[in-house]
Ligand binder design. Structure first.
Ligand code: PEP
Length: 254
């Protein structure tokens, strides 16, 4: 597939996989995906498996991501994890502002923006998630919600940092529900997000930023979604938990 930007496909393992299960999955992916060069491949295990998965994918084409990170560098923040700790395990990417964290931990755009700055401060790359709920889409508020999230969650980044940031468009109604945005809905939202980025930064920056689609991506719909002009990859939940389906998503996207 000939794309303007290199595809980036990331697996968000969420709160799944013991260390033994994570190692099993990592070994399967390493084997199956060894020859893939056309796509940036990222896996985001839970914190408890980062150390072992990091060793397991050493010298492979699979990069490591974390699912969250503190905005602070060190100190009395019980339960939090700092950038320097992630770097010990060669983490390269950090998912920020996933809709589950926005919903269950009340993460705000302002907090996500501070975390994004901390991620860049450690020379890591954030994957910043945005997306509208079903109620917001049905009320005709999708563009307004996306514009607010883009402007708020990416506030304060400079142009160089923005180019090194991945945006994940994940309509909340499509996450874990089996409902996927139609190609037209996905393309429309991605193109809109890119226009907002052009307004915030400039056209050159907006053309370079990779925007992933997330929400019930499966082997059967990956090719069509990844072929859309403004879709530059996928953030995959459920289908990233098995080597076969994650591998097929990637191979079907090439
Ligand atoms: C996600 O949680 O980021 C996600 C897209 O999940 P799923 O693929 O299961 O819809």
């Amino acid at each position: 597939m000939n794309k303007e930007r290199k595809l980036i496909i990331a697996g968000n393992w969420k709160m799944n996989k013991t260390v033994a299960e994570a190692l099993d999955l990592a070994a399967g992916l390493k084997l199956e995906l060894a020859n893939v060069k056309e796509v940036d491949i990222v896996v985001c295990p839970p914190y408890t498996a980062l150390s072992e998965v990091s060793k397991a994918i050493l010298d492979s084409n699979i990069r490591l991501g974390a699912q969250n990170m503190s905005e602070h560098n060190v100190g009395a923040y019980t339960g939090e994890i700092a950038a320097v700790m992630l770097k010990e395990f060669s983490v390269r990417y950090v998912i920020l502002g996933h809709s589950e964290r926005r919903q269950y931990q009340q993460e705000s755009d302002a907090l996500i923006a501070r975390k994004a700055l901390a991620v860049h401060g450690a020379a890591l790359k954030p994957i910043v998630c945005i997306g509208e709920t079903l109620a917001e889409r049905e009320a005709g508020q999708t563009e307004q919600v996306l514009a607010t999230q883009v402007r708020g969650s990416l506030a304060g980044l400079d142009k160089e940092q923005m180019v090194e940031t991945v945006v994940a468009y994940e309509p909340v109604w499509a996450i874990g529900t089996g409902k996927t945005a139609s190609p037209a809905q996905a393309q429309e939202a991605h193109a809109f997000i890119r226009r907002v980025l052009a307004g915030m930064f400039d056209e050159t920056v907006a053309r370079k930023v990779r925007i992933q689609y997330g929400g019930s991506v499966k082997p059967a719909n990956a090719r069509e979604l990844m072929s859309l002009p403004d879709v530059d990859g996928a953030l995959v939940g459920g289908a990233a938990l098995e080597a076969r389906s994650f591998t097929d998503i990637i191979k079907n996207s090439i």
